[in-house]
Write a protein of this length. Structure first.
Length: 722
């Protein structure tokens, strides 16, 4: 819908991207009505009339607001003002009489119409070539006209504002002379966005700047595909020759000269990965600049006894070694599988820190919101994500905390470190110049980070740091059979199909897996008083999205079986999905304002249809463990069904009951690291359904691809003289 009026008061304005929250006075409102509007519109002018296009939304904290999708500034509110504008010095040679004739011929919206089609001026009586030129040049001189031009060539207003804030008066010159420069200099704008614009305005496909930007993007995508820090130069050159019409040597030379890539020993790196590896290796070599004073051993042991008594635990030999090593080493790596006592050790470390280093600040971190919450639950200490600690800006993809504005933290403990990529670790260390103690905790046998690098693996394999490997299983209670199975898989000791008290294997052919999965899910749900409780405690995991027994198909069938259509249930169709009351859903993106994070599981509590809503919008209301989140059609992409989710998405979480289909059709996804991760997500009961052959293929197949990184070698180089 459209609303018309003037900006009365700016509540919030963000310079770097133009995001604005303002009070907007509606025109022709009998009650002088004002609404709060928000969107990417840049600086506003109170004296001008605006037309805003968008929709009303209800913010869970701030109430009804108008979400701006597009806008236009009206030059004049009435005929007299429009004539005065057209006869101003901006249009030399156009007097009031000519301006009046122009308005009479084309109407009050003539400016928008002429911008869209300049030939309309030819229909105006007494229009001369000189007057036409003056009018068109006058309109072209406005920044508004430039914005319309840029939007017509596929740049969004949001990105236009970002670019204008960076280049100011040089914006049009840069965009029309060297648009690919924007990728490097303006945060949050990538190759695809700029290339679409550049091709639209006529940039030669073989332009060297375009080819260099394409090549850099190609290198980054090829590395990202497999999690590599580099490619072999021959491999990259061969691919570049297929993609480009001009000399690959010329492109590579240009990228090297502009320091967009780095070549070393026949390897080609995106410059971000090269710099990240070198910085991390150097930082860890010289870390810390100032060490914390080591406590007196007798004092430490006495404090440790007090902590064990306070927490009601008794550390075993290896666990004691880990706790003591925390105080003996500036950098400590703690690794081990489920049930080996990592969380118990961390609790002790935190309590001892409070006693021995009371003046030091300690931060407990995890790579994802869900992992941070779980860490909080296990240790009783506040945990944050790395991104939130570094004040990450999702609009620009940049961190506010860095070497120029560092963190004031003395001790860092990072859990689930296998999920941390090299570039994120690099940015964290850059902001930690005064850090005195660093503890990295993770299971090296779980899936690696989604982004590039294998930091935990490389740090452990370098053998440059104290590493405590926990192997003994301490959790001797419900779920211990699962831990034993995970340990057997990890150590290549699983010789038979698991069928213990906490672990069951139901053999089935691929065509029968879905039906049997539904039976098992139904039986598991019967153990709970309500369907909602059952959904929150029973989780199906699968390695692959597509196929007969893939995530997508399982979600459709499980929804039909356990939450079928009913006159008593509301539903809302969004693309190929149908959301229904009481559906189980998973959050796909972090929404810190709503206290929900990627991987959180919730239930659809209610659906409100547009014709019932004061703002005319469909709304989906979800309950994430007591946190109520409303989604409109604009944000439905932030959630999806969660009857079955991927193993990757489950990493960092645990569920009482996990059901794991096994199908040879999962192909290359059947590998030890993925199966191990899936098994270790369950803490009370694990049910595996499918083919024995698929299961054994998975647990005996090492990674099909070993990530190419050189952090380990760089650490060796740094430490070679130590």
């Amino acid at each position: 819908m459209e609303i018309k009026g003037r900006f009365d008061k700016v509540i919030y304005y963000r310079e770097d991207n133009g995001y604005t929250v303002a009070v907007f006075a509606l025109q022709d409102s009998r009650t002088d009505e004002e609404v709060v509007v928000r969107g990417y519109i840049g600086k506003t002018e109170r004296e001008h009339l605006y037309v805003l296009e968008g929709s009303y939304v209800e913010h869970p904290r701030y109430g009804i607001q108008f979400e701006i999708e597009s806008f236009k500034k009206l030059i004049a509110d009435n005929r007299e003002d429009l004539i005065s504008y057209l006869s101003s010095s901006q249009f030399p040679g156009i007097g009031r009489k000519s301006a009046s004739e122009l308005v009479d011929a084309l109407g009050m919206d003539l400016i928008e119409r002429v911008r869209a089609d300049s030939s309309l001026l030819d229909t105006v009586p007494k229009m001369t070539a000189r007057r036409k030129k003056a009018i068109l040049e006058g309109l072209q001189s406005e920044q508004d006209s430039d914005n319309i031009f840029l939007m017509s060539h596929h740049l969004s207003m949001k990105n236009i504002i970002r670019i204008r804030n960076h280049y100011q008066d040089e914006t049009m010159n840069i965009l029309l002379s060297d648009p690919y420069k924007v990728i490097q200099e303006v945060g949050g704008i990538g190759f695809a966005t700029i290339d679409r614009f550049a091709v639209s305005v006529g940039v030669d496909p073989n332009d060297l700047n375009r080819q260099c930007a394409m090549a850099e993007n190609l290198l980054m995508n090829m590395c990202m595909r497999n999690g590599d820090s580099y490619l072999e130069l021959d491999e990259f050159t061969e691919q570049l020759m297929r993609e480009s019409e001009i000399s690959s040597d010329e492109i590579i030379d240009q990228l090297l000269m502009n320091r967009r890539i780095q070549i070393e020993c026949g390897r080609v790196y995106p410059i971000s990965q090269f710099d990240a590896e070198r910085y991390v290796a150097s930082y860890l070599h010289w870390f810390p600049s100032v060490s914390l004073e080591k406590p007196d051993e007798e004092m430490l042991r006495n404090s440790l006894e007090d902590v064990q008594q306070q927490l009601g635990i008794e550390y075993q030999e290896k666990q004691l070694e880990a706790v003591m090593s925390f105080f003996e080493n500036d950098l400590l790596v703690l690794t081990g599988g489920p049930g080996t006592g990592k969380s118990t050790i961390v609790r002790g470390m935190i309590e001892l820190c409070r006693r021995i280093y009371p003046m030091c600040s300690l931060s407990l971190l995890a790579p994802t919101g869900r992992a941070a919450k779980r860490l909080n639950e296990l240790t009783g200490a506040q945990a944050k994500t790395i991104h939130s600690l570094l004040l990450w800006d999702k609009e620009t993809g940049r961190f506010a905390k860095d070497e120029d504005d560092p963190l004031t933290v003395d001790i860092l403990i990072i859990d689930e470190f296998s999920m941390v990529d090299i570039y994120l670790f690099y940015n964290l260390l850059k902001a930690c110049g005064q850090l005195k103690k660093l503890i990295l905790i993770g299971d090296a046998d779980q899936l690696p980070s989604v982004a590039m690098g294998a930091v935990l693996r490389d740090v452990i394999d370098s053998e440059c740091f104290r590493c405590i490997k926990l192997e003994k299983i301490y959790r001797q209670k419900e779920g211990s059979d699962i831990i034993a199975l995970a340990s057997d898989i990890r150590n290549d000791c699983c010789q038979s199909v698991p069928d213990e008290h906490d672990v069951r294997f139901f053999e089935a052919e691929p065509r029968d897996i879905t039906a049997l999965t539904m039976q098992v899910v139904g039986h598991a749900l019967d153990n709970y008083d309500s369907l909602k409780d059952g959904f929150m405690n029973v989780q199906v995991l699968a390695p692959k999205h597509m196929g007969l027994n893939g995530i997508n198909n399982l979600n459709v069938i499980l929804q039909k079986r356990f939450n079928p259509p009913s006159p008593e249930k509301r539903e809302l169709r969004a693309g190929y999905r149908t959301f229904r009351q009481y559906d189980k859903v998973i959050q796909l993106k972090n929404q810190p304002d709503d206290d929900v994070f990627n991987g959180d599981i919730g239930i659809v509590e209610d659906i409100i249809y547009a014709h019932e809503d004061v703002n005319g919008q469909d709304r989906l209301i979800c309950d994430f463990d007591g946190r109520i989140v409303e989604n409109t059609r604009e944000t439905l992409g932030n959630i999806t069904h969660a009857y079955c989710i991927s193993v990757h998405k489950a990493q960092g979480s645990e569920y009482p009951i996990v059901i794991l289909p096994m199908d040879l059709d999962y192909g290359i996804m059947l590998q030890k690291r993925l199966i191990y991760t899936a098994v270790s997500r369950a803490y009370r009961s694990l049910i595996i359904i499918g083919q024995k052959e698929a299961f054994f293929k998975g647990i005996t197949t090492a990674d099909h691809y070993v990530r190419r990184t050189t952090l380990k070698e760089r650490l060796w180089e740094e430490f070679k003289d130590d």
